[in-house]
Design a protein around this ligand. Structure first.
Ligand code: AHR
Length: 631
């Protein structure tokens, strides 16, 4: 994750020292704890936006495997007629393999033979990445009108050469619906995303297809799993929790489009998918159990958001009898997550492949309910709160807007801002009522740079994080949003997203690296500190890891000039070698892109600390995390 460039950094510090103007002093009383720090401060917030799952983290390569169609045809699928083959494709609304999937793609082939096959192709999510010597696992549901078994040839084809890179044949498609599995193995071909998938027949007749799926190797080899590169990037953020499934994705534009968790569990053939609020349809392949397994894979606490009766088009459910089914649905959901196999929904989870209950501490009720113009949240929250607490008294319940009837355990605050707004508000929580609910900053980001934030944004983020850290006795959790973006044309619905990718590559923005740096050094105590003589673009926080006997000093110089900072540590000696991780750029507009992913990346080095006073100079536009070992 980090480059090591000790000599260069020391040189940079010397150069910077020459131009330094203000000299600030940061005094740290290492042994005086003023407050506890939250060890779970940094986590992930996620939802289906910017092709975060379909076309992103969820490794499915087939785009529109459920054959959705509109006036333009079957999205992302095209008819193939090789040579003199003649065929047509249409949607059959009367034939499907399950109650959830009632439709299918009908391929009627009137003229075809071995040399002139016909069929359909899928273009993938802006292509399909193929790696050399790799096995891809696929399947489809199919039936035929032929009395004798029919064959379907499956091919991965290079768009540029038209040649098949891998082929397989399924030869037992019969007159009743069945799932057929296949594997496709590439040879020593070069990496490329210019590929597509074809399903071909060479005998006239009618073939019905549904749920055509293809997966590359996934993280921890999970079935129906996630992309390896993205999971590794998320793991490097050391996230303590995962807030899911939204965001607006929880609410949907309409009540009918809310995240209906019961429709997202079980075999894929029983998941119809649903319309998301970010202008595209979700396959629900990444459903409730997959969210929980994602938590398990990265050792994160699930932070479960339950639908609370408000959807974005100003639709709401009145508290009282009308809301009861939604409250019961949330109780069922919590039981699905935490219940033993002797409970109704725990048994369903076990039948879905995960007998072991998940641990759950936080449940969030709704999302951004301050936007509900009916002002029904107070009543809705109270009804959920009472029902959940009655059955699960230990759960911590999070409100998404101020409420009066009951006292929430935690309040979720959201901030989307420019860097300068964050710079002038790093003291936002300094005066927060310590006797009130705890704070979860469930969505926040500096929105500068698209599709991913630039260095100016990272400086805004880091400054804001110092404020949250200095108040992490009350700000117990925080998660940047949005997390993921597919950088292809029309892949994004929101500017400034943390991690960008296409079908084969991914990269971290400067803001991503700021998160990695801060979250890699989280302490459990806030020592007494004082910063004097600093300009208005210098920000800091200090935490202590009591067990490891370490101090973590975070410094942000958001100005265009070097900043000199003397660090004076008392209350314990400091070991002579300190580790420093530095993220720096020549300008606020400097950024990383899919083609230049590493222009800005953290650099790790060791600096010498003589005694307990350290003369330090930060280069312009720099974020640093220092680890001081206490003796
Ligand atoms: O993060 C993008 C959106 O911003 C979230 O879905 C919503 O909660 C907020 O308004």
């Amino acid at each position: 994750m980090y480059k090591t460039r000790g000599v260069i950094l020391v040189a940079m510090l010397f150069c910077a020292r020459a131009g330094a103007q203000d000299r600030a002093t940061l005094t740290i009383h290492a042994d005086k704890r003023v407050a506890p720090a939250s060890p779970a401060l940094y986590g992930l917030m996620t939802e289906e936006i910017n092709y975060s799952y379909d076309g992103g983290l969820y490794a499915e390569m087939v785009n529109n495997r459920l054959f959705r169609n509109d006036w333009s045809g079957v999205l992302h699928w095209y008819l193939v007629e090789k040579g003199n083959a003649k065929a047509k494709m249409s949607i059959d609304r009367e034939a499907g393999p399950s109650a959830a999937l009632k439709t299918s793609l009908r391929l009627e082939t009137t003229q075809t033979d071995e040399q002139n096959p016909a069929g359909v192709l899928n273009e993938g999510y802006w292509g399909m990445e193929l790696r050399p010597n790799t096995t891809y696992k696929g399947s489809f549901y199919a039936k035929t009108d032929s009395a004798s078994p029919s064959a379907v040839m499956v091919r991965l084809v290079d768009n540029d050469s038209g040649k098949a890179v891998a082929t397989a044949t399924v030869s037992d498609v019969a007159q009743t619906w069945a799932q057929h599995a296949f594997t496709l193995k590439t040879a020593a071909a070069a990496n490329s995303t210019h590929n597509h998938l074809e399903l071909l027949v060479s005998r006239p007749g009618t073939l019905w297809l549904q749920l055509v799926s293809l997966f590359p190797p996934t993280y921890k080899d999970s079935l129906n799993g996630n992309r390896i590169d993205l999971m590794e990037k998320l793991a490097a953020m050391h996230p303590a929790f995962l807030r899911f499934p939204g965001g607006n994705y929880l609410e949907g534009d309409h009540i009918a489009d809310r995240f209906q968790w019961k429709k997202t569990v079980g075999p894929l053939v029983d998941r119809a998918g649903h319309q998301g609020p970010w202008r595209y349809y979700s396959s629900d392949g990444l459903g409730l159990l997959e969210f929980l397994e994602w938590c398990e894979d990265l050792n994160m606490q699930p932070l479960l958001a339950v639908y609370a009766g408000y959807s974005l088009a100003q639709e709401h459910v009145n508290p009282g009898m009308d809301l009861e089914p939604y409250v019961n649905d949330a109780l069922d959901e919590i039981e699905y997550v935490t219940g033993g196999t002797d409970t109704k929904w725990g048994a369903v989870r076990a039948a879905n492949g995960h007998p072991k209950p998940f641990s759950l501490k936080y449940v969030e009720i709704g999302n951004e309910d301050q936007f509900d113009r009916s002002r029904s949240y107070d009543g809705r929250f109270a009804q959920f709160y009472k029902a959940i607490k009655a059955k699960y008294p230990d759960l911590q319940l999070i409100a998404t807007a101020p409420v009066k009837s009951v006292r929430p355990d935690v309040i979720d605050d959201h901030f989307y801002r420019r860097a300068t707004e964050f710079f002038s508000d790093t003291g936002h929580y300094d005066k927060a009522d310590r006797k009130g609910p705890k704070i979860f900053v469930g969505e926040w980001a500096t929105r500068e740079g698209a599709p991913t934030p630039n260095m100016g944004a990272a400086l805004g983020d880091a400054a804001w994080m110092t404020g949250m850290e200095r108040n992490s006795d009350i700000v117990i959790m925080a998660s940047y949003a949005p997390l993921l973006v597919n950088v292809n044309p029309n892949g994004s619905q929101w500017e400034s997203d943390l991690i960008g990718y296409d079908a084969s590559r991914s990269y971290g923005s400067p803001s991503y690296y700021a998160q990695v740096m801060f979250a890699s050094y989280v302490g459990d105590a806030i020592p007494e500190t004082k910063l004097e003589g600093a300009g208005d673009r210098l920000f800091y926080s200090v935490t202590r890891n009591t067990a490891a006997k370490q101090l973590y000093v975070k410094l942000v110089n958001a100005s265009s000039s070097p900043a000199a900072v003397d660090l004076a540590v008392d209350g314990g000696g400091v070991a002579p070698a300190a580790k420093i991780v530095s993220l720096s750029a020549p300008d606020t507009q400097t950024t990383n892109t899919i083609n230049q992913p590493d222009r800005i990346a953290p650099v790790e080095s060791t600096i010498h600390v003589a005694g307990s006073l350290m003369h330090h100079v930060m280069p312009p536009y720099t974020i640093q995390v220092m680890r001081l070992d206490l003796r």
